[in-house]
Design a protein around this ligand. Structure first.
Ligand code: GDP
Ligand code: MN
Length: 355
């Protein structure tokens, strides 16, 4: 799950990391008390906003309202923002790149840094990066290495890195990227921008997770806009196998969807809403082998979808695993049939298609 910048910065602030003073703007009345200079930032879930006009420094208070409204309608890589972040303008002395990320290849967390950060970071020579493993026991060594690499006093870097590492671990992050890490003209550090990706599989540990991007949004991939079969599965492997199975029966899968481990009624319902947007959908195949996912949550979503979504195509449902009995009872009460294998679902879907 990718967070928006303002959501990520809230998590940073909770760990005492320095972020610019700012607030979010969702309606025109939020603007009235803003004064220049201010930085207005489009809250879309993609990077590179600066180069695409999504980050604007406004020097005159009279221009704030117009800039906000143009940002609200500016599409960036396909996204229009629901929220604009207004921040104090920071006086930059230097911009650096700093990130922590899970490295699946080496099974450790990497600390990656570059002396020159900001919008041109991708032009940095890849061999110039500091790239070292980091863990709780090596924080002091890593702080020393980072301080030496960036050219600052260790006493300035150490608290920054300790808080950053805490923010990473406490929030079950996969990626925490500060770019730019700003060294201000007052000789202090400020996290100018933050990109954060959290591990969906850890959602059960974080009942307070309530971000713009909901669980289950992340793993929806459009395969074919003219596809006739929608798919809903849990786990990337099962979701891929489901797509393949649909195709192997001569039908055209419209989408890949892994509803993920922490899927709840709301996120599954959202999946249905996305699928019915495809024009040629004739059936939806639901293939759940529940471990962390709970069949009864999926069943509730199915029932709600049937109630709320007009023109829902026929559903062919195979559920197994955690809370299956509960789910079966819920569905049976609504006269919604389940099938016991994916094969049966596919044959039935093929029949529905040929009607
Ligand atoms: P991104 O392009 O999506 O990564 O957006 P950023 O938040 O990183 O902003 C892009 C660039 O805008 C930064 O690298 C800075 O150079 C500039 N910028 C952002 N905030 C400020 C600020 O408060 N003061 C100044 N002077 N520049 C800023
Ligand atoms: Mn940035």
């Amino acid at each position: 799950m990718k967070l928006l910048e303002y959501e990520a910065k809230e998590l940073l602030a909770r760990e005492s990391l320095p972020i610019p003073n700012g607030r979010i703007i969702t309606s025109p009345t939020d603007i009235s008390t803003l004064t220049a200079p201010t930085v207005l930032k489009s809250q879309v879930p993609v990077g590179g906003r600066g180069k695409l006009g999504g980050v604007v420094i406004v020097e005159q208070t009279a221009k704030i309202a117009a800039t906000v409204s143009s940002l609200q309608s500016l599409k960036i890589k396909g996204y229009t923002p629901k929220v604009i972040l207004a921040e104090e303008k920071i006086q930059i002395q230097n911009e650096h790149y700093l990130s922590l990320l899970v490295d699946r290849a080496t099974s450790d967390i990497r600390l990656v840094a570059h002396t020159s950060g900001g919008v041109e970071v991708e032009n940095n020579n890849s061999t110039d990066f500091l790239n070292i493993a980091i863990n709780a026991a090596s924080l002091t060594d890593c702080s020393r290495a980072l301080a030496r690499y960036l050219g600052y006093e260790e006493s300035l870097i150490q608290p920054l890195l300790v808080h950053l590492y805490d923010a990473f671990i406490k929030n079950d992050a996969l990626l925490l990227e500060i770019n730019p890490l700003i060294y201000t003209q007052e000789d202090t550090f400020v996290c100018g921008d933050c990109k954060m990706e959290l591990d969906d599989m850890a959602a059960f540990r974080h009942t307070n997770w309530n971000f713009e991007e909901k669980l289950g949004d992340t793993n929806f991939v459009v395969l074919n806009k003219k596809g006739t079969i929608g798919t809903i599965a849990n786990g990337a492997g099962l979701a891929m196998a489901t797509v393949d199975a649909v195709a192997s029966k001569g039908m055209m899968p419209a989408n890949f969807l892994d509803i993920g481990g922490g899927a709840d009624t709301e996120s599954v319902l959202k999946a249905f809403q996305k699928i019915v947007e495809f024009e040629d959908i004739r059936a939806i195949v639901i293939n759940i082998f529940a471990g962390i996912t709970r069949c009864d949550e999926v069943a509730k979503a199915i029932i709600t979808a049937k109630e709320q979504i007009r023109d829902l195509p026929p559903l062919f449902i195979r559920l197994a695993g955690t809370n299956f009995e509960k789910a079966a009872a819920l569905l049976e009460a609504q006269h919604i049939q389940t099938l016991s294998t994916l094969e049966e679902c596919l044959l039935a879907a093929k029949g529905a298609k040929n009607e």
